[in-house]
Ligand binder design. Structure first.
Ligand code: NAP
Length: 287
């Protein structure tokens, strides 16, 4: 049995961050430090870890970061006010509202309050629409990381059959649009899909975005399939059953060390691009 190509997210992330460093340095010469503000509502321990990881990544690369913690009882209106203030703050380049928010909050309304030019996590309806139509917007980070991973290793997309498992607004749907825009033939599956194993068997590319540990089994895969596991479950376990999938795949992402680190690199990149865009505007306004 031929060993699959192991898609190393840490290597891809390192390469992206290396490219960003030069831009951050030149922005700092103009007195601009890219700044990401994360908002966390409530006390979900996983969410705390995620925002901490994002803040650490900013600091390590020479960016500025601020974390805003709001209590669980925060109302939609209060959250919208916080976002509005950040939209108006000239020193803030990117805003990230950590998903999920407590269930009494209208998360969609809160996401859509984020100004498009600061939507570095790609969560607004406007951003999603723009991504789908290939217009200018910062792409949603995990879907962008999946595409980046494919491109880094020069793997083919055009004409391939991609099966995306999951249709969430932050993952399954946007990655399906991105694959479609790159001329893959895309099947989107979800919790009501019947005979999923037989559908996955036809896939050249499988994106697992289910949120269920070890959900995708090796025997579901076509031999040589490209397997991209976006899942991140308790205990650092992906949505694919890694050991059985490894034996069948042509290329595979591990968990941890796959899509996760690249997702953070995408967030940094979007924030740096937002700061760069701001610098360009400042120059234009000056003249
Ligand atoms: P989500 O919002 O819970 O969506 C899960 C999707 O999976 C839904 O569309 C659901 O279908 C579908 N699904 C559930 N059971 C299924 C089944 N039996 N067969 C087929 N589809 C099924 O999750 P998410 O936010 O997209 O996240 C998915 C995974 O990615 C999670 O493991 C999460 O931790 C991970 N994630 C990782 C990163 C990263 O940085 N690496 C970032 C974000 C998320 P319905 O629509 O019908 O309910």
């Amino acid at each position: 049995m031929k060993e699959p190509l192991l898609l190393d997210g840490k290597e891809v992330s390192k390469s992206i961050k290396g490219q960003l460093k030069g831009t951050i340095d030149s922005l700092s010469k103009e007195g601009i430090v890219p700044k990401l503000v994360t908002i966390l509502v409530g006390d979900n321990p996983s969410s705390h870890t995620y925002v901490q990881m994002k803040a650490n990544a900013c600091v390590r690369i020479g960016m500025d970061s601020k974390r805003i913690f709001l209590p669980t009882e925060t109302t939609t209106e209060e959250l919208l006010q916080t976002i509005k203030q950040l939209n108006e703050d000239e020193t803030v380049h990117g805003i990230l509202l950590q998903h999920p928010v407590p269930s009494h909050i209208d998360e969609r309304q809160a996401f859509d309050m984020i100004a498009l030019e600061k939507d570095v996590d790609g969560v607004t309806s406007h951003g999603f629409g723009s991504t789908a139509f290939q217009l200018n917007a910062y792409p949603c980070c995990t879907p962008a990381a999946i595409m980046e991973m494919i491109d880094y290793y020069n793997l083919e997309i055009e004409g391939k059959h991609a099966v995306v498992i999951g249709r969430s607004p932050i993952l399954g749907k946007p990655v399906s649009m991105m694959l479609l825009n790159r001329n893959a033939t895309v099947t989107i599956s979800h919790s009501r899909t019947e005979n999923l194993d037989q559908i996955v068997k036809q896939a050249d590319i499988v994106v697992a975005a289910v949120g269920k540990p070890k959900f995708v089994k090796g025997e579901w895969l076509k031999e040589g399939a490209l397997v991209l596991d976006a899942g991140y479950n308790k205990g650092n376990i992906g949505d694919c059953d890694y050991d059985t999938c490894y034996n069948q795949a042509g290329a595979i992402t591990p968990v941890p060390g796959g899509i996760g680190p690249v997702t953070i690199a995408m967030l940094l990149r979007n924030t740096v691009l937002a700061a760069q865009q701001k610098a360009v505007q400042r120059t234009v306004n000056h003249f």
